[in-house]
Design a protein around this ligand. Sequence first.
Ligand SMILES: [Zn+2]
Length: 457
Amino acid sequence: MAKIDTAPGWPSFPAGDKTNLRALLAGLKVSQWWPEAELRAAQQAQLTWLAEWAANKVPYYQREKWPARVAARLAQNPQQFWDIWREIPTLSKPALRTLGPRLYARSIPSAQMPIVPIRTSGSTGIAVELRTTALTRRLWEALTLREHLWSQRDFSKRLGVLRSRKGSRETDGKVQPNWGAPVAPLFPSGPSSAMRISRPVDEVAAWLKDFDPHYLLTYPTIVPWLMDHMAAAGDRPQSLREIRFISEPLDKDLETRLAREWQIRSTDIYSAREVGYIAFRCLEHGALHVQSESMLVEIINAEGLPCAPGESGRVVLTALHNLASPLLRYDIGDYATAGEPCPCGRGLPVISQILGRTRNAALSPDGRRYWPSSLNKIASSSPIKQAQYVQTAIDTIEIRAVLSRPLREQEQLDIVQATIKTLGHPYKVMVVPVSEISRGAGGKFEEFLSLLPELQN
Ligand SMILES: [Zn+2]
């Protein structure tokens, strides 16, 4: 058993002080240029080891019969590795919730202590607790830095953060002397300020005007309201040059609007609390590159085979280095399209598009699945302050709307028509006034939500 207590040499991940973070970052600077075949070979070694680790240390994988057999075959047949790998059943979100602590390793190497629990309350509201290690947290920091460096951000500028946050409300909007971890320990940096997303839009706009960040980190769904609010006052952020979006899919229309009205760049990050960073965009071509040193991303079709470039399928993830709660082939519930290699030269594979969560997909009355876009334009000049579009039956869309005053008959008709036009199908559409629409886990706002049983995950 001695063999499985030491991880293989790739990537070499020391966990410890800041010189190690620097070393890890330097290693990532090199491996991003490796050819894809070389990255896959390195992943193969790590995955072989991870499967063995899970089979030996994790109650769920120990109790099942297949993991030990699969782990042995992966080690013995490196030529057939990927065929054998795909025999591993995917692990769904509901399974994750059911298994809970049975996915925790009985122990981890002392160098990777301490274990810290992370809570991911899924969109259904049932919390799942997973675990991070010193190594996975250090890797998160290194990849955060990699993303900054890829985007060539100037750390001396002001950073604004607008998201759900814990801690005292008194600290909302306070100016901090630097960007905080993981930037500040390695690089001199300018001031930063964080604001709670649940604050009223006028307070958020005032903060944006006063602090005047060069860079902003936030969720896509808040931005159109903020733009409308500031435009109504004849205002706009003066220094802002880029918004980095997290948590929700970035709508192409919003990206275009930001470029046109505020002349700023948008970028988005694909990550999930359960597993960590999944993909970042390169500055050169805007391609979404898989973070292969940390994550195996499989995009698989209905037959379970890898999608060719241009083909769409389910996203299946394996975090390579989480020994505390290893998930083999986790089906996160997203759909994405596989991409061609990027001309920037990085070997890190490309996701050409993230289509979205299954529960945020719509079904057309003739049964085709699609992900609605441009919904935020529908009610932009009406008394609807906020809206959520909910598919309650195959032919029915309910618009849950927060209204500043009751809708006039013509306004109601216009919104119904605009919804049918935007969605492209003749649904029955009804507007249902509500007092508020709450953000879900992690501040996520679901603009389109399906209640159809076939789209739940
Ligand atoms: Zn690229």
